[in-house]
Design a protein around this ligand. Structure first.
Ligand code: GCO
Length: 468
């Protein structure tokens, strides 16, 4: 009889439990492995003496995993540390990046503006406007418990005060399908895109935009009430204000430091009004802001410059979250600051296609900072973390390191309630177009066929086990 310390069971995609173990790997490692339906050398479970049976973990390896991949994954899981009970696991997307055909907002216009720096149009996206049932099914099959997506304001309110019940009902059907599939819908009300009619009136430079946004939230949350489980008001307002009004690389393409400060204030006002609107229209749904955070590091005496930059980028927004139900922390890399400003990447550090360093430690640092800045009064959720890369092993390495940081933060008493990977799909990465691949699932640019990568099965396994 073979003896194994732990058995890993896979569930094949049809949902049937496939409880076969392969003999040779079990012999090679002190662990047993199950592979999907393709396993050629099956070993009957009953012939194995499995220790710690109650610790069975499903890595969700799926059909396509090779034994070598399975072995790597299993080795890495042999000393697993659990996440707190009830820790949420999901993936995130945004309307403009996946739906396709969102021609009625400022980004579409920007993509078609000469000199904007956009490498291509968002075009058909991942055709998720039509293929959302596939996205729902993928989330459910992989076993994530929530799916974060955004509603497109320019579809729901295509002209000022003109509401599309058809568009909002579309999103309601998506929410209901998610719930039906056992996946909680997490809805973002603004993810970078602003309707053209509003942009033409000055967009986020105008204080009245906060009221327009609150009206949109009230209408939309009212029609989605009962079908959403969490609401994010505005995604990364700090990026929209900085990139769009100071750096000039997002719409409206302005470069005005003072204006950017004013836009920050409009966004904070809009967020706070939206929290009130969503709470009254959809009572009981937790509401919060999702903020782009970076591990800001002072180099060679850059402390006061670092603090100054961080104040406008993060602290002002964190100050505006008081009373929220959660803070969505979104983190990808670090920012090094010297006495006169950002000094770029450190020589010798690996650089990603996005131009910044491979630096998974940023998540832990930003969770700690968000917690400290809000005095431990508001629970945190990782609403985005991920890596744009063609190297799927590098993705696994990045997420593993980021999650280790989450576990250290939790061990120190920081209330982190969940982890959301950006993104479910390879999608439209704004000015970078379809180049950077953040997805756990690849999308064929012609057929839109979705294919989970090994990292999808790897992360899904961690989510199911709720342990790393
Ligand atoms: C965000 C971004 C996402 C990006 C992701 C990768 O919310 O941070 O808007 O839309 O695609 O951050 O850069």
């Amino acid at each position: 009889m073979q003896r194994v310390h732990r058995a890993v069971l896979g569930i094949d995609r049809s949902g049937r439990g496939d409880e076969r173990l392969t003999g040779n790997l079990a012999a090679e490692h002190p662990l047993a492995i199950l592979v999907g339906a393709d396993a050629s050398e099956d070993v009957d479970l009953d012939r194995l003496e499995v220790e710690e049976r109650d610790e069975l973990v499903d890595l969700g390896l799926g059909h396509s995993s090779s034994l070598a991949q399975a072995a790597t994954l299993l080795r890495s899981s042999s000393m697993s540390t659990p996440f707190p009970e009830g820790f949420r696991w999901g993936t995130a997307t945004a309307a403009h990046q996946i739906e396709g055909g969102n021609w009625n907002n400022d980004w579409w216009q920007w993509e078609h503006t000469q000199g904007s720096g956009c490498v291509e149009s968002s075009g058909d996206g991942c055709d998720s406007w039509n293929r959302w049932p596939e996205d729902v099914a993928l989330s459910a099959e992989l076993g994530f418990d929530n799916f974060r997506f955004s509603v497109e304001w320019s579809r729901i309110e295509p002209e000022e005060g003109e509401w599309s019940t058809a568009a909002v009902d579309h999103y309601r059907r998506e929410c209901d399908a998610l719930l039906e599939a056992g996946v909680e819908p997490v809805v973002t009300f603004h993810h970078f895109t602003t309707p053209r009619w509003l942009a033409a009136k000055g967009g986020w430079t105008q204080p009245s935009t906060a009221d327009a946004f609150a009206r949109f939230c009230e209408y939309t949350a009212g029609r989605l009430a009962g079908s959403i489980r969490r609401a994010c008001t505005i995604n990364e307002p700090n990026i929209v204000s900085t990139m769009g009004h100071m750096a000039g690389v997002f719409p409206p393409g302005l470069r005005d430091v003072e204006l950017r400060r004013a836009v920050n204030r409009v966004f904070i006002d809009a967020h706070q009004k939206a929290v009130g609107a969503i709470r009254s229209a959809a009572p009981g749904v937790p509401v919060g802001l999702t903020l782009a955070m970076s591990d800001y590091q002072a180099v060679d005496g850059g402390e006061s410059k670092r603090d100054q930059i961080r104040r406008r980028m993060e602290d002002e927004f964190l100050d505006g979250t008081s009373g929220d139900d959660f803070i969505g922390v979104q983190s990808y890399s670090r920012t090094r600051v010297g006495p006169s400003g950002g000094i770029g990447n450190e020589e010798g550090m690996p650089v990603l296609p996005m131009g910044y360093e491979f630096y998974p430690q940023s998540l832990e640092a930003t969770l700690r900072r968000a917690w400290e800045m809000t005095k431990g009064e508001i629970p945190l959720l990782v609403t985005e973390n991920g890596i744009g890369t063609d190297d799927d092993d590098q993705r696994i390495d990045y997420v593993r390191q980021a999650l280790e940081g989450v576990q250290r933060a939790i061990a120190d008493g920081i209330d982190v309630r969940g982890y959301t990977y950006w993104s479910l799909l390879d999608n439209f990465e704004w000015a970078f177009g379809y180049g950077p691949r953040f997805g756990l699932v690849s999308v064929d640019r012609t057929t839109f066929a979705r294919t989970p990568k090994p990292s999808a099965h790897w992360l899904a396994g961690i989510a199911r086990a709720n342990a790393l």
